[in-house]
Unconditional design. Sequence first.
Length: 478
Amino acid sequence: MAKHSTKPISGLRALFRDERFWQVAFQVIVAAVVFAVFSYLFGNLTRNLARRGTEFGFAFLKNPAGFDIGENMLGYSTANQDSYAKVIQAGVINSLRLIFVSVITATIVGIAAGVASFSDNWLVHKISRLYVGLIRNVPLLIQLIFWYSAVFLAAPQEANQFVLSAFNTNFLIFNNKSFRAIGPGLPGEIWVGLMLLGLAALLFGLLLNSINKLRQGRYAAGIAGVIGRLGSVAVIVAVVVADYFLLFSNSATDNLFFKGAAIALFTNPEGLWIVGLIALAIAYFVIGNVRTKAIVEQGQDGKALLGVMGAIALVGFLVFILAFNWNAPVIGETGRASGGLTMSIRYLAAVTALTFYTGAFIAEIVRAGIQSVSRGQWEAARSVGLSNGKAMRLVVFPQSLRVIIPPLNSEFANLAKNSSLAFAVGYPELYNLANTSLNQTGKPIEVFLVVMAVYLTLNLLISLNMNQLNQAVQFKER
């Protein structure tokens, strides 16, 4: 019987039959096609711009902008011939001011409404359901215009403005131009520094994620793994550089017109007190987690740790009340109000609309998360003597977080994107100022590339940090 030869396959035939080769080759081909497409589109763009007598570039950012900004915290002024770069950065700061505050207020409203849907009180339950059903089904743009035109713009004029006062002190002054209340007398650079600190914290989450990936070696084999490692190293370097500028920038020579967060906080007495409050808040949170574990897992009463938390809260309250030069709004001889914590009605309308609109969606997420916890957890909590409030706070709500956080990620990202609708009420956020800039410069592509990069970066940072938070609250198998 004839025997068939079994010679080993070598050369190109062996290479073409290697699955790993085709995995790498496919990625290289896709990358080459994408590069070729973008090269063609960019070349077509430059040719069309050349026919119009313009060139693609960002040199216009150094040119002086010729329009005023109604609200800005960077000291922008046309009298100083400030540049478009400063306009864009003022828009970014205004957007961050709107987004950060709205995220906090929407989360509070959403959690309160979501928990209220389980209330035994008939009126509280029905108000929660009515709020969610009404607000979720009305477009945000309509709500923005409603709050601005029908509520805040319809407020009394300055001559008949609403004033809440007692003991010769004005606690609140409200008219159709602004809202003023007793507030901390913090310099503008500290407010900007706090927003930059929040942005730097989001970037720090990206830094930790990249470092953990390098440390754990979570990469594919072969060339893809090498590229992944190089990408992680590049991200780490980029984040360190970006955080450096956010924290320590102190000069306009690098085209950054804000004082870095660390410099702003550590060079002002009020800023040092804020740093102390942040440290107290971290200590309070850590001790609170230890106390919760002691109550739930060990059956302790936690009174000793509660006393420590109470002492920390008391110190924090005293610092908050005594260290920030609180000042009340005053009414001048002409009847015009000044001083205090001031918010324009445009900003107030935008925050209110974003808060209640996003809060309605968060309320449904919270309700679904609480319902995902089995009934047995409620019964177990009551069996050890916990009240309904403590059962919700210590047992049910922490378990519901694993269901709440993933969709909450999307809602925060949507809020950041929806903040661009504030242009409809005249608030000078990033999109509003970018739109004016492109009309003056004739650079729509460059301006919108900057705007898209800002929103893309912010949403990716929100998503990354929320994903890390989601991993932290998931059940760990033993």
